[in-house]
Design a protein around this ligand. Structure first.
Ligand code: SF4
Length: 349
């Protein structure tokens, strides 16, 4: 086991069989060595920095029906909302005033936000905040759409791959295509976006084999950003009675992903903080280096419920920022409010 950990740290790779063996035989001691090596690795590329992204959840309408998600179209209990372009720009203005230079615009797959509307939004944000990076996280769209939004100034795109195992993906995503998901990610990557992929840990039916496939997929895609969080069952979904993932298992995946793709930007997710008060700090101490405080207006925050009991629902953006900054500093890290590009995208003048 020590040899496998050494290989992971020094060569940034393991075979699928080695990963499965490693996951099945991980002892508490080795786990702490794994976390320690993950932190060392992340420091080589990003020092002590934790990059801040202001998250604006602008619509919770979704045409998809993912079995685990509270925003799925079949959830008639969800109170749907859409922010107007003006409201979204107000959130960005508040974020900019607080110092953020990186914004993530996230929604369900909402057809109301057409190419034209999204171009208008991105162009207006870029005109007002030319020194800020814009990330979209709005699901599967056409190649032409991705191209148009890239040309409009979008810098990054988040699209979790969700499950690299075709059978697991299909079981969780009725009516969706595994091939299309993967194609979208490669298309975005080739187009020049900084791309984010990722998955949940602890999904019903997920095995060590599936997790190894997720890690190998990430290794092959080499996304600039990797989001890994625990599965948290939502009471208005078909998976309401499922067990859910643990913080501990998620930390192992974060640390392994850090060692396999050492230069990735990896959020300490809100889902981690929702399961465990110290969850985000623990993620930072297992290799994460990004935090995404919510900038959405208070009146809609609770409605963006991919899962329930989410933290930070009642805090003003300013309070959210100071709370998270205190936590990051207390964990021994340094807050970074700049655009926070992936190290391969930074141009030195
Ligand atoms: S996971 Fe995304 S695509 Fe699936 S139902 Fe939820 S918001 Fe829609």
């Amino acid at each position: 086991m020590g040899d496998l950990l050494g290989k992971l740290f020094e060569q940034h790779e393991l075979t699928k069989e080695e990963m499965i063996y490693f996951l099945k035989h991980l002892t508490p001691d080795l786990k702490y060595r794994l976390f320690d090596l993950a932190v060392q690795t992340r420091k080589k590329f990003y020092n002590e920095s934790v990059f801040m992204r202001g998250l604006i959840e602008f619509s919770n309408f979704c045409k998809q029906d993912c079995l685990y998600c509270g925003l799925r179209r079949s959830n008639s209990r969800a109170e749907r909302y859409r922010l107007t372009e003006e409201e979204i720009l107000e959130c960005a203005a508040e974020g900019y005033r607080l110092g953020y230079r990186s914004f993530v615009l996230q929604s369900g797959e909402d057809c109301y936000f057409t190419e034209e509307r999204m171009i208008s939004l991105v162009k207006n944000m870029k005109a007002q905040y030319p020194d800020a990076a814009i990330t979209l996280s709005i699901g599967e769209r056409s190649e032409a759409f991705y191209r148009a939004l890239f040309d409009a100034g979008t810098d990054r795109y988040l699209l979790r791959h969700e499950a690299a195992s075709r059978s697991l993906y299909q079981a969780l995503h009725p009516g969706m295509s595994y091939d299309n998901r993967v194609n979208c990610l490669w298309t975005l990557k080739k187009m020049g976006y900084q791309v984010g992929a990722g998955f949940m840990v602890g999904l019903p039916g997920q095995t060590c084999e599936h997790l190894a496939e997720d890690l190998l997929f990430l290794k092959e895609l080499h996304p600039e950003m990797i989001g890994i969080g625990p599965f948290i069952p939502h009471s208005a979904t078909p998976l309401k009675a499922a067990q859910g993932g643990t913080v501990e298992d998620t930390l192992v995946m974060i640390a392994m992903a850090r060692l396999l793709i050492p230069d990735a930007l990896m959020p300490a997710t809100t889902a981690m903080g929702s399961l465990d008060r110290e969850g985000r700090e623990k993620a930072l101490l297992a290799g994460s280096n990004v935090v995404m405080p919510i900038l959405s207006p208070l009146k809609v925050r609770e409605k963006y419920a991919l899962y329930e009991n989410k933290i930070c629902m009642g805090d003003e953006a300013a309070r959210c920022r100071s709370c998270i900054e205190m936590r990051i500093a207390a964990a021994g890290f340094k807050i970074e409010l700049s655009r926070g590009d992936h190290c391969s995208f930074i141009t030195h003048t």
